[in-house]
Design a protein around this ligand. Structure first.
Ligand code: SF4
Length: 426
């Protein structure tokens, strides 16, 4: 029997989630439609009032898929960390059943990916009887999902860096949509391993302004809110269209590397944040503080923190950033506390005034003058016109497959100081 399944979209992450299940025998994947105001309203209506906004949004997505797409099985990630993510799947399952829907929410465990509990969900879904072949399918699916995840991270990163430079408004958005669509429909492993060339080629077609020094900000916060553009009102795009270079630091790939215990970038951030927040209290709280400290020391112009209105960990992070005495923090920060009632107009006026503040700092405040450095990615895409041929082509085609999967790991291993993880014990 074939099971029709779906999952929450979390922005472009839906491409990686689809990849994780699409090739499992016995599974028919229905990709979730993009989140809309109506979906959020449906979820908020049947959820407890003070539950996290991502809970309401994802529940709304499930109900929409039951009613309009004939899907009755949903995969929801769970954690056993200190915040509420661990309760999402069982409570959403209960709410759906109480509402009379014939539906099930299957949890996929992501608290520690090295314990491989997550694989049980995939093995359960597969209808292959041969146990060895089941594992082969799961390994293949995981591999494809990881590769796609790494490209989603690359594309969204470049999006933030390039949009502020585009000459023709909309070029970056069109390129991102085109690349994501290609990535979603690419299943050939060889082509996937070489997809970095497609990314580079498509972005390099965008006519851009060089020799500008745009304002630079970091956008971070709770993962779902940061990665779901409908919920954060596509703040990355809005800032980009206003000429601000956006460094978007939350990606699914980054999170998965963290859960595999190989994300040394995060360990470095933990170390920076430790004097202010000695342990992981859930959400992205600890890393938000680390990113803020790093952004300030790297001469950024501003910092954007996005989080759900009732999110304990992110509210705590905000309190820490605002409540130091004496205050070592001077990097301008804007907090966006979002819920299902948030509208764009209020955000727009705040966003514009924040840009004015950063511009004034650039012109008058020595702490923000002459700090700008062009990201190396811009040079790599728009200056490097080297055509590969002969041996270099051969070498690239041998090594690129490895590079995308383990590049970040190796880079971190050889360039970052390892720090002790922050746990309750230490
Ligand atoms: S991080 Fe915040 S919003 Fe996300 S599950 Fe935890 S408490 Fe809820």
């Amino acid at each position: 029997m074939v099971k029709r399944i779906s999952f929450p979209s979390m922005g472009w992450s839906r491409i990686a989630f689809r990849a994780l299940f699409e090739k499992l025998p016995g599974v028919e994947v229905v990709s979730p439609p993009i989140v809309t105001r109506e979906i959020v309203k449906i979820g908020a209506k049947v959820s407890p009032e003070f539950v996290c906004l991502p809970f309401k949004v994802t529940l709304g997505e499930f109900i929409n898929m039951i009613e309009n797409h004939d899907v009755h099985t949903f995969i929801m990630s769970i954690d056993c960390g200190p915040c509420r993510l661990g309760f999402y799947a069982p409570i959403q399952d209960k709410i759906l059943k109480d509402l009379g829907y014939d539906a099930e929410v299957l949890p996929i465990q992501q608290d520690d990916l090295l314990n491989f509990k997550w694989a049980k969900t995939l093995l359960q879904l597969s209808n292959v009887t041969n146990p060895i072949m089941k594992y082969v399918d799961v390994i293949h699916s995981t591999r494809i999902a990881l590769i796609k995840m790494s490209y989603i991270a690359d594309i969204t990163k470049l999006e933030g860096l390039i949009r502020c430079r585009e000459i023709k408004l909309g070029d970056t958005t069109r390129t991102v949509d085109l690349l994501m669509n290609k990535l979603d429909n690419e299943w050939d492993v060889y082509n996937l391993h070489n997809f970095d060339k497609v990314v580079k080629r498509e972005f390099s077609k965008i006519p851009i302004k060089r020799n500008i020094q745009p304002l630079r900000i970091i956008v971070t916060g709770e993962n779902h809110i940061v990665m779901e553009p409908f919920i954060n009102m596509d703040v990355v795009k809005k800032f980009g269209e206003e000429g601000v270079e956006v460094h978007l630091v939350n990606t699914l790939y980054d999170w998965i590397l963290h859960k595999l215990h190989i994300n040394l970038k995060r360990k470095k951030l933990e170390k920076l944040a430790k004097p202010y927040i000695p342990l992981d209290i859930g959400g992205e709280a600890m890393w938000v503080i680390g990113h803020y400290i790093e952004a300030q020391s790297h001469g950024f112009d501003g910092f954007i923190h996005l989080y759900p209105f009732t999110c304990m960990p992110e509210n705590t992070a905000r309190g820490i950033l605002e409540g130091q005495s004496p205050d070592p923090f001077y990097l301008p920060v804007q907090f966006y506390s979002l819920d299902e009632h948030t509208g764009y107009e209020g955000m727009r006026t705040r966003l514009e005034s924040f840009i004015d503040l950063m511009k004034a700092n650039r012109e008058n405040n020595p702490k923000f003058m002459n700090n700008y450095q062009e990201p190396p990615e811009i040079k790599a895409i728009f200056d490097d016109k080297t055509q590969e041929d002969g041996i270099s082509r051969f070498i690239n085609h041998i090594f690129t497959p490895l590079a995308n999967n383990i590049g970040i790991i190796l880079k971190n291993l050889f360039s970052s100081e390892e720090s002790k993880p922050n746990t309750r014990e230490n």
